[in-house]
Design a protein around this ligand. Structure first.
Ligand SMILES: Cc1cc2nc3c(=O)[nH]c(=O)nc-3n(C[C@H](O)[C@H](O)[C@H](O)COP(=O)(O)O)c2cc1C
Length: 189
């Protein structure tokens, strides 16, 4: 199963278009499950609210993952491959995707810690692709807090061997030919 985490939050999203172009080219033979964060109530871990940190800590300590806050992590752990698509926001990624990833990084569900303090992956996926579009031109280290963040999770927690990014920069520049920029981003990958 390829899990498509769609964190595009706007009608007519260019990032979503790029992700669908990537999916078409990928021609994945198995099931593709799309998770639209726009349609999902995703809440961060917090002192109060839907996902209380105390309940998270208790669940991890007891290895009891029955609380609904672990459902997204369980789904992620079962995916054979993951595609994440998100617009580039404030040199980072949308807060909703961050909240989603926070829940996905549930200890005991997608990763664990061994007796030496090392991270042990509990996910099946060996390939994660991150797709983004940005309004402005690329500057050095621009995606440290978007793709760079996802890459760190993928490499450190999940030991994913293939972590790649497809980025289209400058899509909001005056006179930009967005279709050309998206095609070029795909070709560069
Ligand atoms: C809240 C917000 C923050 C943004 N921050 C940046 C930014 O830091 N750098 C940049 O180049 N573009 C920024 N943009 C522009 C988006 O990256 C650009 O419009 C992108 O293509 C949006 O993707 P979409 O068409 O999939 O919604 C921002 C846009 C929004 C709405």
């Amino acid at each position: 199963m390829l899990l498509f985490v769609n964190a595009c939050l706007r009608d007519g999203s260019r990032t979503e278009r790029l992700a669908r172009m990537w999916l078409e080219r990928r021609a994945y033979e198995g099931e593709v499950v799309e998770l639209s964060l726009a349609e999902l109530d995703v809440n961060p871990l917090d002192a109060l609210g839907a996902n209380p940190l105390a309940e998270y800590s208790r669940s991890v300590a007891d290895a009891d993952y029955g609380h609904p806050m672990f459902a997204l992590a369980k789904q992620f752990a079962q995916a054979d491959e993951v595609l994440i698509a998100a617009p580039f926001w404030n040199y980072s990624l949308p807060a909703k995707l961050h909240a989603y990833l926070e829940l996905v990084c549930s200890q005991g569900v997608t990763f664990d810690i061994d007796e030496t303090g090392g991270y042990v992956s509990l996910v099946k996926a060996q390939r994660i692709t991150y797709v983004q579009t940005a309004g402005g031109a690329k500057v050095e280290a621009a995606d440290d807090h978007s793709f760079g963040y996802v890459r760190t999770l993928a490499l450190r927690f999940w030991h994913v061997s293939q972590v790649t990014c497809v980025s289209a920069w400058g899509v909001d520049a005056p006179g930009a030919d967005v279709e050309d920029l998206l095609c070029a981003a795909l070709a560069e990958q």
